[in-house]
Write a protein that binds this ligand. Structure first.
Ligand SMILES: [Zn+2]
Length: 413
């Protein structure tokens, strides 16, 4: 081989490593966690889930594949909650429409075609009884001064006129809807809303959405939907247990620790989960308040972010530099990964945090499935039909094609 051929080969290997589909807990982790969660279930549920355990395992990674098919998917896997302030994040409404409303921008286009930015999260205050403009533009101050709009009325209006358009390209409302909101005629040709919240992640809200959908699937006895939503809920719950899914510094870029995301959630479990993590996590329990419970999971994860980063930073300075990274063959490619002993030292210094979150994920998934089933009235799962409907099979085929074709939309995280 000539010198140039060697260089090409090396370049190919280096590039190749960045194309490996790494993601939350890795594909390995998500599949394993979903599988183990089946064993937490009560006797009324376990035969059904065992019968479909290959499905529940395999489809644990569908939400990651869907990031190749829709731009709405990526944000469901994380929340950069530290973008919004400090723990316990009083600026983040725990309810979905309230969060979207609080961080929406309202643009009013008047009769002359001029645009007035009537509300922007930076200049609005929704923390009191009445919506208040707190910026220093006299025109806007005058515009808001003509109206006394209770926050809860705005929220009700927002739920009715804006939230149903969440998945649309543009969020628009009519002049008459604006008049109804403001309680007066306004010089308005059109109203538009711009979302400034979702881009920082919607994980906790999405958890509750999928939980509710799963409950509904149990209620209607839709076997295909029960299986699909169980698998997907397992995925999102897994993500919620990963501290780096709750921070803007999700891959250590801000602290010069690039790659720590996959190190923590993929490399460590792949090395140690099967051999060393205790897979017995106890029985699934009923969750009385799923919304609060999901928020607790996310906030608990967030409180671990500091250790995840600090411990690795310290270790990287103390551990012999030439024994931190190793090269391994994977799928015919050479990839650079953290060495086993370095990974072990990291996990030990975090006092087994990865195992603790791993086990907590498994237990939480069982609890979520069990809760959905109880909330649906404990339907008899032995009466359910057989397997996938044609439209479900079609859906999975399209998902697989999009995943193989290409580029994930949004953050790889
Ligand atoms: Zn994910």
């Amino acid at each position: 081989m000539s010198k140039y051929q060697w260089l090409w080969l090396i370049a190919f290997l280096l590039l190749g490593s960045s194309f490996l589909p790494a993601s939350e807990w890795g594909f390995f982790g998500h599949r394993r966690i979903n599988r183990l969660a089946v064993f937490t279930l009560p006797p009324e549920m376990i035969p059904f889930y065992k019968k479909h355990i290959e499905y529940i395992t395999e489809h644990a990674v569908d939400p990651d594949k869907r990031r190749y098919a829709t731009r709405h998917e990526a944000v469901r896997h994380y929340i950069d909650i530290d973008h919004w302030g400090e723990f316990p994040f009083p600026n983040v409404p725990r309810e979905w429409s309230e969060a979207i409303m609080t961080y929406a921008e309202m643009r009013v286009i008047n009769g002359n075609g001029d645009t007035l930015i009537a509300a922007h999260p930076e200049v609005m205050d929704y923390s009191g009884q009445v919506v208040r403009y707190v910026g220093n533009d006299p025109e806007l101050a005058a515009w808001w001064a003509q109206t006394s709009l209770p926050v809860n009325e705005y929220l009700t209006w927002f739920r009715k006129h804006v939230m149903p358009q969440y998945y649309e390209e543009d969020w628009v409302a009519t002049p008459s809807a604006l008049s109804e909101l403001m309680g007066r005629e306004t010089d308005c040709r059109e109203v538009r809303f711009i979302d400034h919240f979702s881009e920082y992640g919607v994980l906790p809200y999405n958890l509750l959405r999928v939980q509710n959908n799963l409950t509904e699937a149990f209620r209607s006895g839709n076997e295909a939907a029960i299986l699909r939503l169980s698998a997907e809920l397992g995925h999102y719950i897994g993500d919620a247990h990963v501290p780096l899914h709750t921070t803007e510094n999700y891959n250590g870029e801000l602290t010069n620790q690039r790659g720590i995301h996959a190190f923590w959630e993929s490399r460590i479990p792949e090395l140690f989960a099967d051999e060393e993590f205790d897979p017995l996590v106890g029985r699934a329990e009923y969750i009385a308040e799923p919304a609060d419970w999901y928020w607790d999971i996310v906030l608990t994860s967030h409180q671990l972010v500091d250790s995840v980063l600090r411990v690795e930073k310290q270790l990287s300075q103390e551990f012999p530099v030439d024994r931190q990274y190793c090269f391994e063959e994977r799928l015919g490619r050479t990839v650079r990964v953290e060495c086993t002993e370095y990974a072990r030292a990291y996990q030990q210094r975090m006092r087994g945090m990865v195992e603790e979150r791993w086990r907590a994920s498994i237990h939480a998934i069982g609890c979520a499935w069990y809760t959905a089933w109880v909330d649906a009235g404990q339907p008899d799962l032995s009466l359910l039909g057989t397997g996938l409907t044609p439209s479900e099979s079609d859906y999975f085929r399209q998902l697989e094609e999009a995943f193989r074709a290409g580029e994930a939309q949004g953050r790889k995280h």
